[in-house]
Ligand binder design. Structure first.
Ligand SMILES: [Zn+2]
Length: 135
């Protein structure tokens, strides 16, 4: 499950920073490498900071595994992928640079979806093929 950041609740408790650690199932539709799928949930380690103007900065990292057929030779292949998470949420509607949030709560789903998409490799190679490509 992807948690929410209860900005209002944090401010009421005078808490302006926190960390979140959780895992969730990625949307398989994000992945467009043929014959490859997510083989683990996505684990996320995030830190957030609530600024004076109620903007919320979120940063951290995600990790997940892919498994399926090698994009070159179709042998079994797997990889552990890590990626960065970085986003700013502003009250109301977001713009091109910041995500928006409403009702005093930040939903991390869209940021995580974007972070997973950004971390995804263009293809998956088996051990033999990645060795071969290095030479
Ligand atoms: Zn291969």
């Amino acid at each position: 499950m992807i948690p929410e950041i209860d900005v209002r609740g944090c401010i009421a408790k005078k808490k302006t920073e926190g960390t979140l650690s959780f895992s969730f199932d990625a949307d398989g539709a994000l992945l467009d490498i043929p014959y490859v799928g997510f083989s683990s949930p996505v684990s996320a380690e995030l830190a957030y900071r609530i600024c004076e103007d109620d903007a919320v900065e979120v940063r951290g990292s995600i990790a997940f595994s892919l498994a399926g057929a090698c994009s070159r030779c179709l042998s079994e292949a797997q990889a552990r992928i890590t990626g960065e998470v970085e986003g700013v949420f502003v009250p109301g509607t977001g713009d091109g640079e910041a995500y928006g949030y409403r009702g005093g709560k930040v939903s991390l789903a869209e940021l995580l979806r974007d972070s997973v998409m950004f971390a995804l490799p263009a293809r998956l190679l088996c051990t033999a093929c990645s060795e071969w490509e290095k030479e």
